[in-house]
Design a protein around this ligand. Sequence first.
Ligand code: WQD
Length: 342
Amino acid sequence: MHVLVTGGAGFIGSHTAVALLERGHRVTIVDDFENSSPVVIDRIEQITGRRPELAQVDLLDEAAFDAVFAAAAPDAVIHFAGLKAVGESAADPLRYYAHNLGSTFSLLKAMKKHGTRTLVFSSSATVYGDGQQPPYTEDGGQLDATNPYGMTKVMLERILGDVATAEPDWHIALLRYFNPIGAHESGLIGEDPGGIPNNLAPFILQVAVGRRAEVSIYGDDYPTADGTGERDYIHVMDLAEGHVAALEQLPEVDGSRAWNLGTGSGTSVKQLIAAFAEASGRPIPSRVVPRRAGDLPRSWADTTRASVELGWKATRGIAEMARDGWRWQLQNPNGFAGEKAD
Ligand code: WQD
């Protein structure tokens, strides 16, 4: 298939582009490089031997994006583009609602106009809010979110569901990611957050490589095995392969349907720090600080539906995630900064 990948130069988008190309699909990446680097396109080519097509355009520029879409005429779309920092969304909710909803409306208008009805949407386990207990099941109850970023995902899942109900010829996958970490085994692409990392894994890696002094552990008084927060960390390549599995299954799916992409098990903050210390052979100093507002004690997926309906299961464990993440960080101590695109 010819797949248009919005936000395809980002962390999950780039790894998914690699998985798509290696499956023989044609890939057009749409990215404005606001939160990513053009170097990623060269790295994808280095890994796969195939260069994805590229359209550098802002989805919010509807006319420009429509022209790109018409020229590409893709069979399907995977939609990653969007703002995704929880804390930032709480500080500037209007920017998050306008951007994440507006860019998706622009995409849906172009898809409708040009007759592309197959869509994989990047959702998040954050839609489970704090109303359920893990393992989270896709139909386990009312979706909710504890922050504006998460609420954009709740809203967009509802909007896409309504579109698919009104027009059953749509085939829409709502993929709820748990905590993606790690990197492609080549070490050529990986997570490259600008500024101070919000998420645990990239922060640990920046301590291990010497860019930061210590990891702040946000609370060790949770009702968990060692008192620190437990999450379902999933290797980004497992996540990428889950997207390909969903895309290839979608023609059989009428309407919209949600699938969890996780491993089904939880790992604590302290356990993850230990895994990266083991993989890197570096000391990773840490200090317990007060809890972060909005954090849940634990979160992990029920993986049954994706396994049964997509024939997909995560196969890589925490040690492999730490090893691959460390290789990326060691080979790219400053991420893509300072690298020149071809
Ligand atoms: C993991 C654990 C923290 C940082 C978020 C978003 C979610 C998705 C993934 C976009 C928690 C603890 C963290 C640190 C710490 N993002 N922690 N010190 O919060 O599970 O999920 O990122 O889709 O939508 O909500 O991930 O990595 O921020 O936190 O102790 O410096 O690590 O308390 O227990 P989270 P995280």
